[in-house]
Write a protein that binds this ligand. Structure first.
Ligand code: UDP
Length: 369
């Protein structure tokens, strides 16, 4: 018997309108998932900050735009930071609008990495699920995720097992990976292109190590991404010989895949427990092998010898040595890996299975601590 279609209310990140780029990797995740779920015939309502755009080809999705002030990001908060909800905040309003729609829905699915949606989950009748987009950034967020896991872990999913390992959970985590509109990424066979690096220009992304490895090889490094931290960007540039780094700015997916696809390798050097690493798979989708630190999501996505090489974290000499060997990787194998493991359809299928399992489950309600 074919499963019936689900009616889902998706709650966007409370940081930036969808399409603004301020939501980081979550924007691409959400866009891709909406397209994938629509393709699987589900009925969706998307609740998002004012100015958000519907993903392409998703005109049938109901979009409810909500006014309000952005949440501060947890990304750069100190370990002991407190929960903060600004005056006129968009976050409670997103929840308010989503809950008003909930009676007609089978489930609600939250994409914001924040305390309030997690805390409220056991207190409401409507089934609210959370796709967690970062590791345990700050104690209070780690504790909120773990508390919900103790109440009913079926409400939580993660992008990778490495990300989930930041949390103490009663059961094995539900890992859904991530998904991409692979038609938007063109395979490029060229093996002699430049070295590339892509991501937010911020300390946790470790650009300085990729630049140092490129410099050790006497090579240049093309860099794409949002300059989130100008002081850090200047420090990275001044630590390597002039001309090593070529800043290429923040590009649209269409332009990024065209330039990234011409690279002989993407270097990925996270200093934090990266939840997934979208750019890793975007590069593979273009046929570009990835040389990455064996840390966080990239350490789980890379199958050494098949779609890239893994290097002990923070070892710049080993990184340079592995970059020399990037020609050993078959570029078609990189693309095939992305098709098998990270297509929109594979991802939305995993998310659907997670929600269905959570809805089918009996209550597992114990006291929240
Ligand atoms: N990105 C982009 N244009 C650029 C560089 C990056 O659109 O010039 C996007 C990229 O496609 C990816 C996101 O920025 O979706 C970065 O996500 P990732 O998971 O790599 O890191 P995050 O910023 O979420 O930590």
């Amino acid at each position: 018997m074919k499963d019936s279609s689900l009616r889902l209310v998706l709650i966007s990140t409370p940081i930036g309108a969808l399409g603004s780029g301020r939501g980081g990797g979550v924007e691409l995740t959400l866009r891709s998932l909406v397209q994938g779920l629509v393709g699987r015939q589900h009925q969706l309502t998307l609740v998002a900050p004012r100015g958000s755009e519907r993903p392409q080809g998703c005109d049938a999705v109901e979009l409810l735009e909500v006014d309000g002030v952005d949440q501060p990001s947890w990304q750069h908060a100190s370990e002991a930071a407190s929960v903060e909800i600004p005056r006129n905040a968009v976050l409670p309003r997103l929840l308010d609008v989503a809950l008003q729609r909930a009676d007609k829905a089978d489930a609600l699915l939250n994409f914001g990495y924040d305390w309030l949606p997690l805390w409220i989950t056991p207190h409401i009748q409507q089934p609210l699920f959370h796709l967690i987009s970062m590791g345990a950034v700050t104690t209070v967020m780690g504790e909120a995720i773990e508390a919900l896991g103790r109440w009913d872990q079926r409400r939580l999913a993660f992008h990778t097992a490495r990300q989930a390992s930041d949390f103490t959970l009663p059961n094995l985590p539900c890992v859904v990976g991530n998904g991409f509109d692979l038609q938007a990424y063109r395979f490029q066979p060229a093996e002699n292109g430049p070295l590339g690096w892509a991501g937010r220009i911020a300390p946790e992304k470790g650009l300085e190590d990729a630049a140092a490895a490129a410099a050790a090889l006497g090579d240049r490094l093309l860099v794409w991404g949002l300059r989130e931290d100008e002081v850090y960007a200047a420090a990275v540039e001044s630590a390597v010989p002039p001309g090593t780094i070529e800043w290429r700015g923040f590009l649209s997916t269409e332009d990024l895949q065209r330039d990234l696809g011409a690279c002989r390798a993407l270097i990925n050097t996270p200093k934090w427990n990266e939840a997934y690493g979208n750019v890793v798979v975007e590069a593979m989708a273009c046929g570009v092998p990835v040389i990455a630190y064996d840390r966080g999501g990239p350490g789980e996505l890379i199958v050494p010898g098949e779609n890239g090489l893994l290097v002990p974290p923070d070892d710049v000499s080993a990184l340079a040595e592995s970059i020399r060997r990037c020609g050993e990787i078959d570029r078609y194998a990189c693309r095939h890996w992305a098709e098998r493991h990270a297509s929109q359809d594979v991802f939305s299928g995993r998310v659907e299975a997670w929600i269905r399992a959570g809805l089918a489950a009996d209550g597992n309600i114990t006291a929240m601590q």
